[in-house]
Write a protein that binds this ligand. Structure first.
Ligand code: PXP
Length: 254
């Protein structure tokens, strides 16, 4: 009888973009995404992800520099393949860069990178980052063509976009759920057999992360928006109690 290998734990990367979204809604310094990153690491996160967008709508340049300087776990720098971002990434020297598509008008990253059409554009970015020892990941749809092209680009990692599947689950679209899950399962297998490390992310919540974790090829999940929203409800009670205490202390009740 051959002993089966015990499953390894999936790494959890925490995306802190939306702490910065909340900060920027008011201006000023709070809430601080770096503080959130430190709290995430204390809670067991294996790495921190942040997306420096062209329009700086959430993470700003100084956040990225502070994340790199202050966190003790790997920093995954998400960015579009532009000259400006490449220069910042080369200066920042993160552990990894995840190349993502970016449209100014989108609310969030819609769909994966067009690696097939964009192969020649991406090639020098992959080369320049790899040359500096930065692990490059491509955020792609779980399609055969995208995975094969990623392997030809010789990146070590692909992150499969789980957004469409998560949307199908959220809207109780059963056919979309079944199809999306099967695509991710096939995609993860294909990517791993092409020698790629397989990550996943976008729109994951407790339920979808639990289901996806059963696919053995996945090595890392990157999760942000849902967790930041959930943290409000987990933390609101104690934050309000602390305020109550502060006010009572100030008035001399304590
Ligand atoms: N992975 C990538 C490549 C992303 O672009 C995002 C969203 O910025 C995420 C993971 C995290 O997605 P969410 O915030 O929906 O959990």
């Amino acid at each position: 009888m051959t002993a089966s290998r015990p499953p390894s734990r999936i790494r959890l990367g925490i995306n802190v973009d939306h702490v910065a979204t909340l900060r920027n809604a008011r201006g000023g310094a709070r809430p601080d995404p770096v503080r959130a990153a430190l709290a995430a690491i204390e809670a067991g996160a294996d790495g921190i992800t942040a997306h420096l967008r062209e329009d700086r709508r959430h993470i700003i340049d100084s956040d990225m520099a502070r994340l790199k300087a202050e966190i003790s776990k790997p920093l995954n720098f998400e960015m579009a393949a532009t000259q400006e971002m490449l220069e910042i990434a080369l200066r920042t020297k993160p552990h990894a860069v995840c190349l993502v598509p970016e449209k100014r008008s989108e609310r969030t990253t819609e769909g994966g990178l067009d690696v097939v059409g964009g192969h020649n554009h991406l090639l020098p970015y992959v080369g320049a980052l790899a040359e500096q020892g930065i692990r490059v990941s491509l955020f792609i749809e779980p399609s055969e063509a995208a995975i094969e092209t990623a392997a030809r680009l010789r990146v070590p990692i692909v992150e499969l976009h789980t957004g469409a599947w998560c949307e199908a689950v959220a809207t109780e679209d059963r056919a979309g759920d079944t199809k999306g899950f099967a695509q991710l399962q096939r995609g993860a297998k294909l990517a791993q057999s092409a020698g790629l490390e397989v990550h996943a992310g976008h729109g994951l919540d407790f339920d979808t992360a639990r289901r996806l974790a059963a696919i053995p090829e996945f090595v890392e999940f990157n999760i942000g928006h849902f967790l930041m929203g959930e943290a409000i409800f987990v933390g609101l009670h104690s934050a309000i109690q602390e305020m109550r205490n502060a006010m009572d202390e100030g008035r001399g009740f304590k």
